[in-house]
Design a protein around this ligand. Structure first.
Ligand SMILES: Cc1cc2nc3c(=O)[nH]c(=O)nc-3n(C[C@H](O)[C@H](O)[C@H](O)COP(=O)(O)OP(=O)(O)OC[C@H]3O[C@@H](n4cnc5c(N)ncnc54)[C@H](O)[C@@H]3O)c2cc1C
Length: 497
């Protein structure tokens, strides 16, 4: 079978995938894949902003490093935290000056910085409450102008194999194709997995529909090291709406600008558990405090209240959140609105070194699917976009240095044709229910043991029944693999306690 050759395949068009492409040498032939439309990704949903030391008078690298380590419970990789913090401001300035990203500015033209939980200083560069969309759409425009980059949407990477130093990719293109879908075959010397998070392994998540952990599954099956996949972050304030699986996030910046968290009696409670940091403690701490308060009051009702602030300030800073909450029936400038924690972010992932390289030569991982170790056990707010930028650039620099001179347009490689019975329905729903019961904020070990036993059966079924390779099959395989690794780690960790 003939595989069309590129120098680099980047899987993912979120901020980490695109920023990698923008930093690669202009004469490299690059293919970028997005499994749905280009902007359906977690990057486009980011509200709060990018954390970086931009105001050297009132802030310092030491303080940003310290805050990152405290939030991460000192389980961070210190060398990579230093890279993140010290190199980050240059990338943020590059977004503004080179790629036309508009951050909110102060009257003197400098970037206006806001504050979020766990940060001891104002250091979040933002574009109102739609920072991710602003960055994502500007970078996509830039990458689409590059002649050496081919960007394709609605194309799912299904299989990835490696032989003689070359990666072979089976990609399923869907929609807009006469028969609905078609397999396409590509190969490259280097592959960058920038496939995002795993939120869809839970019943309730802030993540977009693409967050099924495909890159992690593909890397795992190729023999890449996966690390700390059980370091899952649950955000304390998603809009409480049990009807929707994709929960609308209420950015931490709302608490950063003074919002109070209230219990079912509409009373503040964080001061009981966190007398100093109160609502601005790191995310995992706030979520855990909410669970304690729930036990105390016997109610899962929580509220967020910023109605004591000037309404114009609230609408000006959080226009998107204001409108969404209004659609749901609450005017946040006048009244509290209901919130509850849900799955939000993955700290662990495909293990990489300080250049974003995995243990498999030529395979890189960037952004949320990677584990650089910068977040430790709990990510400090707005450090993930920063990580996506800094480590994607470093990946590009490493690929630029180690490029080969292979000029072939196609390479022959034997890959079997994917045919088989359709995947039965219901597996994804079962996996989600298992995860929600076994590990929400803190593990429930009894449910985790039971859940893991069932997940092993499902994983075996998915891997050995010869189902047809469809997008649904790939995502289901990813979800069972991710659930399997998370629950195995949870139980392993309990055994060590
Ligand atoms: C609601 C929300 C708010 C957030 N707010 C902030 C914030 O304020 N600050 C901050 O720092 N972080 C924030 N985050 C986290 C941050 O947005 C993400 O961690 C980051 O954007 C991830 O970028 P990424 O490029 O790694 O992945 P994504 O942006 O999720 O992109 C993943 C890409 O991979 C592609 N893909 C996946 N699987 C396949 C496959 N099999 N084949 C082909 N393509 C595939 C997808 O199509 C997509 O293009 C937020 C996250 C959410 C969900």
């Amino acid at each position: 079978m003939k595989f069309q050759r590129y120098d680099v395949i980047i899987v993912g068009t979120g901020i980490s995938g695109i920023y990698t492409a923008l930093n690669l040498a202009p004469d490299l032939r690059i293919l970028m894949l997005s499994k749905r439309e280009l902007t359906l990704c977690n990057s486009a949903l980011a509200q709060g902003g990018v954390a970086a030391v931009m105001d050297k008078e009132n802030d310092s690298y030491e303080l940003h490093i310290k805050d990152t380590l405290i939030a991460g419970h000192y389980k961070n990789n210190l060398d990579n935290v230093k890279i993140l913090v010290e190199q980050g401001p240059t990338d943020v300035m590059k977004l503004k000056d080179k790629y036309g990203v508009e951050f909110d500015l102060k009257q003197d033209g400098s970037i206006e910085l806001t504050r979020e939980g766990g940060h001891s200083r104002r250091r979040i560069a933002h574009h109102k409450d739609t920072t991710g969309f602003e960055i994502e759409t500007n970078l996509i425009k830039q990458v689409q102008e590059l002649k050496n980059v081919t960007v394709v949407n609605n194309s799912v990477l299904c299989r990835l194999e490696k032989q003689d130093g070359i990666f072979f990719a089976d990609v399923l293109a869907h929609n807009d194709i006469p028969n609905g879908q078609e397999h396409q075959y590509y190969c490259a010397d280097a592959v960058v997995l920038a496939t995002g998070g795993i939120g869809r392994v839970y019943d309730f998540t802030t993540n977009s529909a693409i967050a099924t952990g495909d890159g992690i599954q593909l890397a795992y099956n190729l023999g890449a090291e996966i690390k700390n996949l059980s370091y899952v972050q649950f955000h304390p304030t998603a809009f409480a709406d049990k009807k929707n699986r994709e929960c609308f996030l209420i950015s931490e910046a709302v608490r950063g600008e003074g919002a109070y968290l209230l219990n079912c009696h509409k009373e503040r409670f964080m001061q009981k558990y966190e007398p100093e940091r109160k609502e601005l403690a790191p995310r995992d701490v706030v979520s855990q405090c909410m669970m304690k308060e729930q036990e105390l009051t016997g109610s899962d009702e929580f509220w967020l209240d910023i109605s004591h602030k000037d309404p114009e300030f609230v609408k000006g800073h959080f226009p998107m959140i204001y409108n969404k909450v209004l659609e749901k029936g609450y005017d946040m400038t006048k009244e509290p609105f209901p919130v509850y924690p849900c799955q939000h972010y993955l700290m662990g992932g495909i293990n990489v070194d300080g250049k974003g390289a995995t243990n498999i030569p030529g395979l890189y991982a960037a952004g949320e699917c990677s584990h650089t170790g910068v977040h430790g056990q709990n990510r400090l707010a707005s450090n993930s976009l920063l990580e996506a930028l800094v480590f994607s650039r470093l990946i590009a620099e490493d690929i630029n240095k180690n490029r080969t001179n292979d000029k072939r347009d196609t390479v022959e490689y034997p890959m079997t044709s994917p045919e088989g019975a359709p995947l039965p329905k219901g597996i994804r729903t079962e996996v989600r229910h298992i995860m929600q019961k076994a590990y929400f904020i803190t593990p429930n070990y009894e449910e985790a043991e039971k859940g893991l036993a069932r997940i092993k059966e499902l994983k075996h079924q998915v891997e050995t029944s010869g189902y047809a390779i469809t997008a649904d099959f790939v995502e289901t395989k990813s979800l069972v693999t991710v659930a399997y690794i998370i629950l195995s780690e949870v139980i392993e960790r309990k055994d060590k306690e």
